[in-house]
Ligand binder design. Structure first.
Ligand code: BGC
Length: 255
């Protein structure tokens, strides 16, 4: 069990990649806090699945872009689980609109959840980890779009690009505390964030043509990478982005 005795928070863990990471980390031995916003039934479904398998889990509602709710998420975790070893900044959203028509309010929302959220959660988590003195792991679920432009998705790309430099900077600042910070940058993973493409055969065909491996990634494949980065096996990895994209980045622009 790679994560035996560890305590993890996964933000946005009711669905998609976050859900797979929460379940995967619990299977690897961690006690897991499922952070969610909105649909409590979906979050409880993840908790129940983990508990049925004999592991420890609980659900806490917290909007990652709200400083008070983030403080309470970290505080409740430390209170109920005793400490915090692993933070997975997974919560994220995107709205695709042409740049010249992009509403300011939507820009603010994307930046708030996809960039300010990881800042707030990492800051509160790092303080708890430093106070406990046992080091820690911060893993951000970024995107190939921390590096690759995506038309109609400017705020998302800006947030993910920002997340890359946030990660690199705090990796250096937190290294003396034995806290590692890394990004996982997924390509096209089959989750609800891509339901517009998944339900449109022409768009799906076009997307698959951009991926050398020719298929969607599975949330569980991203979870396996997160478990590795959270484990002792990855003790010397910090400040890096780990791409998991079926080769998408290497092929971009070559079609
Ligand atoms: C985006 C998806 C997109 C994928 C590959 C992800 O970060 O959320 O909408 O399909 O990157 O481009």
């Amino acid at each position: 069990m790679k994560l035996a005795g560890k305590v993890a928070i996964v933000t946005g863990a009711a669905t998609g990649i976050g859900r797979a990471i929460a379940i995967g980390m619990a299977k690897a031995g961690a006690a897991v806090v499922i952070d969610y916003v909105g649909d409590q039934a979906l979050a409880m479904n993840v908790v129940n699945q983990i508990q049925a398998a004999g592991a420890k889990a609980s659900a806490i509602a917290a909007d990652v872009s709200n400083p008070e709710q983030v403080a309470s998420l970290i505080q409740q975790t430390v209170q109920t689980m005793g400490k915090l070893d692993i933070l997975v900044n997974n919560a994220g959203l995107e709205y695709k609109r042409p740049f010249t028509e992009y509403p300011f309010e939507l820009w603010q929302k994307v930046i708030a959840v996809d960039l300010t959220g990881p800042f707030l959660c990492a800051q509160a988590a790092a303080k708890a980890m430093i106070a406990h003195g046992g080091g820690g792991r911060i893993i951000n679920i970024s995107s190939v779009h921390e590096d690759l432009p995506m038309v109609t998705n400017a705020p998302y790309c800006a947030a993910k690009g920002g997340l890359r430099m946030l990660m690199r900077t705090i990796a250096v600042e937190l290294a003396p505390h034995k806290i590692t910070v890394n990004n996982i940058a997924p390509g096209a993973i089959f989750t609800p964030i891509d339901k517009d493409v998944e339900s449109n055969p022409a768009m799906e065909h076009q997307l698959m043509a951009e991926i050398p491996l020719g298929r969607w990634g599975k949330p569980e494949e991203v979870a396996d990478l997160a478990i590795f980065l959270a484990s002792d096996l990855a003790g010397y990895c910090t400040g890096g982005t780990f791409f998991i994209d079926g080769g998408m980045l290497r092929q971009a622009g070559s079609l």
